[in-house]
Design a protein around this ligand. Structure first.
Ligand code: SF4
Length: 564
């Protein structure tokens, strides 16, 4: 009811989603209604709505076809695909006499997280319920079909298709993906589900924390935001102990499932393929830190993962795995699912908290407020923010012992025969991974760590895989074009809060476009300028996005010798 919602600023994003779902954009009248119910100033709400790329405050056709033009899809021919789709839809309009763009809007999108099936397109058709259709790998035909007839469009491949079976040691983190029925609690239990939760209840919160500390588990996170507030690797157990020892209540658990950025898609695969594992892992984490409420923040570009998680949460609640008396042990915990609306910066842990609270997704500047979320997090309470893979890693630690955390997930995409999520023992090399993934013999460069990471040469693969995102490139798309695509990504995703990143990402992109456009050798002054901008962004940006915006470009220049 309207009364209960008063002052619930945190319901602003769900409210904006509800408006956007129904008609595809946020009208003035709709916004005014929402603002009255939530007692939020309309100008404030407007500012929030316009800061999220997936919301529109101007009328939009009922179907939006998001065509990914990010790094991996660009390397797979996204530019030609976009041109083809636009000319086909134009032809369709002429044929049927429709007004320009009335039925379908084509939007060049940032990474859709479908990189293992690049190039990818996602059609979102508004209404109640919202319908979506994926075309991946997309052709002009399948993308247009997805946009114009989502009901009969080709079905999205199952999650297990993203987990190549390579005859390697039995997976641990991926053991149930493609094996269990993701809709069934019973099937989950039949495959070992809930064993870790029972063990957790037997150990008690302090015992769970001790096992996690002993395992040495560190946060897996996202490429640009791999770690905690201060940019160092997070020893998960210690952070959870710190939150558990805070005297203040309520405490909160936030699972940040907003992986984004080219080449990252493991959260999607885990949520779609083994959703109850995340429910169980969140329940254990909440038990350990003493939180009664958890938020699962799923990126807006993952409609199927959000649907499956919602169904899993509802069914778990109905079966006594969430709610007031979990497994009859008197423990209370429940999960609220929140949908993101674009904005890569939500991978940053303070930005995701702002977003859940109903504000623009801007990182909280750390120099002026040195406190970390474990002290001053969601709604001011002690909060633990953790990513999907880290949470799911807790399950085998509890059931099989501390060494069970010795594998990690790596998303492999680009020029390989077996793209997808690969589970690797720690210490495996890049060369071993790429061999397992069936890398192209025409390998020219490997981007490790996504847009925020760095390029390495084909003769530099004898190093341990240090990141969860690996993209292989052959010679199809020229390397200078790839560097400028990385720069476009950072310019588009900078939240604009701080000057070095807001201005630097624009200048970096301009310089790289000049270098691409100019035939012949690079101008020394543009290279010098790039270095100067890069240093400024790295030294003076507020969050990991700006601090890492020069990494890939620098490695392209220095290691690949792109402009050498
Ligand atoms: Fe925003 Fe970029 Fe500054 Fe991060 S570094 S706060 S993304 S402007």
């Amino acid at each position: 009811g309207g009364h209960a919602a008063r002052g619930r600023r945190d319901l602003l994003l769900p409210g904006l989603h509800a408006l956007d779902d129904r008609v595809g954009w946020i009208s003035e009248g709709g916004l005014a209604y929402l603002c009255r119910r939530l007692t939020v100033a309309p100008a404030e709400a407007y500012g929030v709505a316009t800061s999220y790329p997936l919301f529109s405050v101007t009328p939009r056709p009922a179907t939006v076809l998001h065509v990914c033009t990010d790094l991996v899809c660009t390397a797979a021919g996204a530019s030609a695909l976009c041109a083809g789709i636009e000319s086909r839809l134009g032809g369709l309009k002429a044929l049927k006499g429709l007004e320009g763009g009335d039925r379908v809007a084509v939007r060049r999108a940032s990474c859709l997280g479908l990189c293992e099936r690049a190039p990818a397109a996602l059609a979102v058709k508004t209404g109640d319920p919202v319908r979506t259709a994926v075309a991946a790998p997309a052709t002009v035909e399948t993308a247009v079909l997805a946009a114009t007839a989502p009901d009969s469009a080709p079905q999205e491949p199952p999650a297990e298709a993203a987990v190549p079976r390579t005859g390697q040691p039995a997976p641990v983190l991926l053991r149930r993906v493609g094996v269990v029925d993701p809709s069934s609690v019973d099937d989950y239990r039949a495959h070992g589900g809930c064993t870790a939760l029972r063990r957790a209840f037997a150990l008690g919160p302090a015992g769970v924390l001790r096992e996690i500390v002993d395992s040495g588990l560190v946060g897996r996170g996202d490429a640009a935001f791999p770690t905690g507030h201060d940019g160092r690797a997070v020893p998960v157990g210690r952070v959870w102990q710190a939150a558990a020892s805070r005297p203040d209540q309520p405490r909160h658990l936030v699972c940040n499932a907003h992986e984004s950025g080219p080449g990252a898609f493991k959260d999607r695969v885990l949520m779609e393929g083994d959703p109850y594992a995340l429910v169980e892992a969140m329940t254990i984490a909440a038990y350990a830190i003493g939180a009664r409420r958890g938020y699962l923040y799923v990126r807006g570009e993952y409609p199927r993962a959000a649907r499956r998680m919602r169904r899993a949460v509802d069914r778990a609640r109905a079966r006594g795995l969430l709610g007031d008396d979990i497994l009859g042990r008197g423990h209370t915990f429940d999960i609220e699912i929140r949908r993101g609306a674009g904005a890569y910066v939500c991978g940053e842990e303070t930005a995701v908290l702002r977003s859940i609270e109903g504000y623009r997704a801007e990182p909280r500047p750390s120099p002026s407020s040195p406190s970390s979320p474990s002290e001053n997090g969601l709604f001011g309470g002690p909060t633990v923010v953790v990513d999907v893979e880290t949470l799911v890693s807790v399950l085998p630690i509890l059931t099989e012992g501390p060494t069970a955390s010795a594998s990690r997930l790596v998303c492999v995409s680009g020029s390989v025969d077996r793209p997808g999520v690969h589970e690797l023992p720690y210490g495996a090399t890049l060369g071993e991974l790429l061999a397992r993934a069936g890398v192209s013999p025409d390998l020219r460069a490997v981007l490790v760590g996504g847009a925020a990471g760095g390029f390495v040469r084909p003769d530099e693969l004898d190093v341990p895989v240090g990141s969860g995102v690996v993209i292989a490139f052959d010679g199809t798309v020229p390397l200078p074009r790839l560097l400028s695509r990385v720069a476009e990504f950072f310019r588009a995703e900078s939240c604009g809060l701080c000057v070095p990143c807001r201005i630097g990402t624009v200048r970096q992109e301009e310089a790289l476009h000049r270098l691409v456009d100019r035939a012949g050798p690079a101008a020394a002054d543009d290279l010098a300028l790039l270095r100067e901008i890069g240093r400024a962004m790295r030294d003076a940006s507020l969050c990991g996005l700006g601090r890492s915006a020069w990494n890939a470009v620098e490695s392209g220049v220095d290691r690949l010798g792109v402009y050498g």
